[in-house]
Design a protein around this ligand. Structure first.
Ligand SMILES: Cc1ncc(C[n+]2csc(CCOP(=O)(O)OP(=O)(O)O)c2C)c(N)n1
Length: 329
């Protein structure tokens, strides 16, 4: 079945701008806190990749599931993890999404549908299949999106998961956020052929998309999500994007050619979308300025909340270690 390509309308584009602005500013705030020694954390900036997450989330229902990786701030915020719970988790405080015990690499917030954030490359995909299988069995209509980088497509679990998801027609979307580097290695030096072509080997559609183009990214996401929800099985999306920062905070990214970085920053997708909204008359300068200002206020409040939240009690070290055994299970 081919379905009409549901295009992003003005409402969706504003939503994508609001989400990507919140992500961009939160990332800048976190890096500022780290720089000033106000926060100690391992941090993996998604700066530059905002549109991928914001456009994908604009096609999802609140109860759909998302699985992501350590570079996940954009995916967490886009899916609706409350900023206060996210920030408190970064600070290791009791009001964090995992009571301060997960840290920023392991954000989990089931109420927002963020089921797991993993630091082990490629480990999220089999988990996503499990979530999707549960949805299929329960017929709850949920879709699971699993986010991963280009480097993860060379891990065995990527291939195993794609195979099983296709065979069982699981309602899952494999979203490869190809930022052109896996840690310090250019994708072209460690990946044979095009990532999107790997979909063919597992009999599923593959969509190659400019992940920094909100309209193209929305259309690709819409197609894959609708397909999964309609019971037609998984899709692999390869969203080409770029990260403006090093692999993790503190990495000077000297392995990225200066011209490449300069070109990417000149095409920063968030201000580009801002300009597009004004150019097309979708929003006025005042309206986008209000979106920017609202994000700044929300972030300042979340940072204060996180700083004032207490550290977890020592006894917390022993709680949430094992799952509760269900009576009569
Ligand atoms: C199984 C495994 N091998 C190696 C690592 C070390 N490692 C951490 S991040 C990373 C690069 C992953 O790159 P990619 O999947 O492209 O994601 P990106 O960081 O670019 O978003 C590696 C090799 C790991 N965490 N897990």
């Amino acid at each position: 079945m081919t379905r009409p390509n549901a295009a992003a309308g003005p409402e969706e584009l504003i939503k994508i701008y609001r989400t990507s602005t919140l992500i961009k500013q939160t990332d800048e705030s976190i890096r500022g806190l780290l720089r000033r020694g106000r926060l100690q954390a391992n941090y993996y900036s998604p700066r530059g990749q905002e549109i991928v997450a914001a456009a994908m989330a604009a096609t999802l229902q609140p109860d759909d599931y998302v699985v992501t990786i350590y570079r996940g701030l954009h995916d967490h915020l886009a899916k609706g993890v409350p900023l206060k719970a996210l920030m408190a988790e970064y600070f290791g405080k009791v009001d964090g999404s995992c009571k301060g015990k997960g840290g920023c690499m392991h954000i989990t917030h089931p109420e927002a549908g963020v089921m797991v954030t993993t630091g082990i490359v490629g480990s999220g995909m089999p988990i996503a299949n499990g979530l999707a299988l549960a949805s299929q069995e329960r017929k709850d209509g949920r879709v699971t999106v699993t986010n991963f980088g280009d480097g993860a497509t060379n891990i065995g679990s990527f291939h195993e998961s794609m195979n099983l998801a296709s065979l069982w027609k699981l309602p899952v979307v494999f979203l490869c956020q190809n930022n052109l580097f896996a840690e310090h290695t250019a994708t072209e030096l460690c990946t044979a052929g095009n990532i999107v072509d790997r979909a063919k080997g597992y009999a599923m559609p593959g969509i190659l998309v400019d992940g920094n183009d909100p309209e193209a990214m929305y259309a690709a996401a819409r197609e894959a999500v609708d397909r999964a929800r309609d019971g037609e099985g998984p899709t692999l999306i390869e969203a080409r994007t770029f990260r403006f920062e090093g692999h993790n905070y503190g990495d000077p990214s000297s392995y990225i050619p200066k011209e490449m970085m300069a070109e990417a920053k000149a095409n920063d997708p968030v201000p580009k979308l801002r300009a597009l909204l004004i150019e097309r008359g979708i929003a006025t300068e005042d309206e986008v300025a209000k979106i920017d200002a609202d994000a700044a206020t929300e972030i300042a409040e979340a940072v204060t909340f996180a700083q004032e939240s207490p550290y977890p009690d020592v006894a917390e070290n022993l709680s949430d270690v094992y799952a509760h055994v269900l009576e009569n299970a």
